[in-house]
Structures are given as structure tokens and as C-alpha cells.
Design a protein around this ligand. Sequence first.
Ligand code: 5GP
Length: 200
Amino acid sequence: MSIDRLHAAPAQRLTVLSGPSGVGKGSVKALIQEYYPWVWLSVSCTTRKPRQGEVDGADYHFVSTERFESMIAAGEFLEWASYAGNLYGTPRGPVEERLQAGLPALLEIELQGARQVRRAMPESHLVFLAPPSWDELVRRLTGRGTEDEATIERRLKAAHEELASEAEFDHTITNVSIEQAASELVELLGSPAIIKSGAR
Ligand code: 5GP
């Protein structure tokens, strides 16, 4: 490839998927991992305990609060947030390596983190995953059966604020079906040919 064509190549970018808890971000992420394995997804650190079936190093890096705090102090997070009583953060190194290699990266994080990424990397592409309706979101949040009542209350409160933030985003995907939402998101990331050239 000539140098001119290299310069003309589209800049690869960081895409951030955010939206209220219970909207289905985790399901969209899981479907992308299974059906679009060439898409590179960041693995977050969290102080939350693993849910049944979650795998350390694949779903999250499950770490102690002490370890998380030492990573904050060492500047190891691109962004981090306290959410519903636990800490969540994106390790900086793997994302920066990916972008420096000119390849796209995808984060699935909550709103406070998405705002931090926007400040740190204004050129990043922020995608809001919206529920089909508020009632449907409440149904999903209360129907998951994995959290106690206090946790659900905290999450509903956060969801109110998160829904109001949609205007800060570059793009909205309505999660009518997980398959359709995942395919819309993957399309936004760019062609598989570009992404595959740096396959894991
Ligand atoms: P859960 O505990 O249900 O896996 O995740 C709770 C929330 O944390 C979700 O909204 C999820 O998007 C968010 N989250 C997961 N990883 C990160 C991260 O690295 N940073 C931030 N800010 N939020 C995250």
C-alpha cells in the first residue's frame, strides 16, 4: 500500500456502548463475542463478585477493592466508576495498544465511564442502547432475578439519569431485539475486512 493510501485510510476509533442497566448491554456484548469473534472487546475490571457462569478474564477481571484502588493510583484505567456499590474500570493498556495499531476497539460501560472517555478521547464514538420503553426497562430490571431489592432500587434510580443522557451520544440503537442491536453495532464498527486484519 502506498503512503498516500495509508494516510487516506479511515482512522480506527474507539466505540463506547452505554445505556441503562437492564437494557441488555451485557446480552448484546455476549452475542457479539459469540457471533462476531473478530470484534475486539475490552475486558473490564470489577470489584463485584462473579455471577453464576461468569468467567474471570473473559467476562471481567474480578479483583479486590485494594487491587482496584492500587490500579487507580497507578493510572491504569482509561476510565472507572463506582456503580451500584461496586467499582468498574477499563484497563488502559490493551485499548491504547489496539488504537495505536490503527484497529477499532469496543467498550461496554455505564454512563459515568462513557463521559470520562468522551473527555479523554473526544473523537471516540458514543453509542446509546435504548430500551423500547420505560416499562419494558423496569420489567427487565426487576425480572432478571439476580439482584436483591435494594440493588434494583439503586439501578432504577441510575437508569432514570442514564435515559436522560441520550442526547450526549452520537448514535442511538433501540434494543428491540438483541440480534438486531448487535448487528447494528457491529456495522458501526466498520467492515469485517478492516477489523479482521488485526484479528486476535
Ligand atoms: P454488571 O454488574 O451488571 O455486569 O454491570 C453493571 C454496569 O457496569 C453495567 O451498566 C455495565 O455496562 C457497567 N460496566 C461494566 N464494565 C465497566 C467499566 O469498565 N467501566 C464502567 N464505567 N462501567 C462498566
